[in-house]
Design a protein around this ligand. Sequence first.
Ligand code: AMP
Length: 405
Amino acid sequence: MSTSVLVINCGSSSIKYALVSERREDRIFGLAENLGSADARIKGVTMGGAALELSIPHADHEKALETILERLAHHNPQAIGHRVVHGGTLTKAELLTPEIIERIREATPLAPLHNPAHLVGIEATMRLFPELPQVAVFDTAFHQTMPSHAYRYALPKFLYTQHNVRRYGFHGTSHAYVSERGSMLAGSFKQGGWLTAHLGNGSSTCAIWNGQSVDTSMGLTPLEGVVMGTRSGDVDPSIHSFLASNLGWDIYKIDKMLNSQSGLLGLSDLSNDMRTLIEASEQGNEDAALAIEVFCYRLAKSLAGLSCGLPRIDGLFFTGGIGENSAYIREKTVSYLPHFGFNLSKELNDNLKRGTEGRIDHGTGPQIWVVPTDEEGRIAKETEHVVDEVTASATKKSDAEAAIA
Ligand code: AMP
């Protein structure tokens, strides 16, 4: 299969879409937002780069998907690839069948904010386009190669064996793409030991050995790990009993605080947006400066910890909105890893053009690269791969049946 794949990422009131063809520059993409409200609309970019803005008042997921597909139908997508955050113990992208949809539903308690929204999108596209092959690509799948000493919590065994309580990891599509692309740029495709730092509104780190994830910062849910826009990252789990006993908070309030009011926003009491914090700290805002410092220090600590999973470190890849665009955050983070022998070039780091890939070290010690992530491209590639595999095995089966007949 060689033409285009429609990539869909359904949130609770939004749908991100991208029509991915072989040429990255031909990509059509957009966002349907405020679904279910009078203000529902689609904003995007058409072929050739023209802006698109379309009002779709009160449209739900199904109506929005119908509108998106109507507009894209003449590009003749060959398949649909759905981003699904939690695949439970599914280890790779899968063709959507009733059984796989059930497995996604079963993983809902592990991703209560994400999986139900994905299921709405999946069910709508299956109803609207029953003839198109559809594939689920999981954020968790790439991390299924982690060894048990990395994915098990030191908790009673039955919580793992009977209730699947373990570390899963997320952002797998991004870590997989960036480590593959980065190791290729470094001349050692899928070989050696690499650390990736995906730094956006959600952030995570990963250790990759010979192309496989061996450890990552996120855990049972995307709350564990480094400091994020509004998520706390690691905290002492006793925070729950402390807040319940002393402030009378219930579990929902604590969960909301840890997920939506913490991280950069909580520390700075100003914003979850790194650009805003950098500007504020330059103007003397001490809370913003502290938020940045905690972010970089804890990030470096996470990378240092993950390095235990690697026999050797060949280098570090930065990606995500912050990792790709902020030389300041990259420099500060590397400065907290003095004993790893990284030799960042201030000139190369400062001068790297936004949105481009490039090496930013002096050429001695472990390499440091910026690699813009491409989750949509990776989802499209995995979707094509699954469809090709299914087609090949169906052809083989019908050949075998013809031979017997
Ligand atoms: P993402 O979730 O990957 O889109 O990344 C969003 C984050 O990237 C936000 O915190 C932005 O402030 C941050 N970001 C984007 N551009 C810059 C920049 N030039 N400097 C610092 N942070 C940036």
